[in-house]
Each structure stands twice: as C-alpha cells, then as structure tokens.
Write a protein that binds this ligand. Structure first.
Ligand SMILES: [Zn+2]
Length: 71
C-alpha cells in the first residue's frame, strides 16, 4: 500500500541477537532478530506489546503518542 506515512527510524541499537530501532514519530519499535541457525525476522512492538498485522508487514506510522517537530 502506498501513501502511508513512513517511520522515522532512530539509529540502530544493536544487541547480540537483535537490532532495535525506534520511530521518532509514533514510538513503534522495530526489532530485527538474527539468532544463530535461524533466518532473521522482524518484530514490531509498541508500549511493551507486540504488534502483528496481516502479512507481517510494517504497521503504518500513526504518530499517536509522540509528536516530533520536523527537522
Ligand atoms: Zn512511526
């Protein structure tokens, strides 16, 4: 789907088996997990709850909780 607002990801925060990014606009957390022996996969989290939508696509940027002035 086109026309959805894009997330503005922070710099990646790397852990041993995961890379995390946070959207400045909507506080969505994108976690890319890469565990040994498994294919990497991506999870999305907000407020401590995992967000899952059909097709495992990226949830749209909703700009709900945090508003950040444009650069
Ligand atoms: Zn966002």
């Amino acid at each position: 789907m086109r026309g959805e607002a894009r997330h503005t990801w922070s710099d990646p925060y790397r852990e041993i088996y995961a890379t995390k990014r946070v959207c400045w606009s909507c506080a969505l957390v994108k976690v890319t997990r890469h565990e040994p022996g498994l294919r990497p996969w991506t999870e999305f989290w907000r407020d401590g709850r995992r967000i899952r939508i059909a097709g495992d696509r990226t949830p749209p940027c909703e700009c709900v909780s945090v508003r950040t002035a444009s650069r």
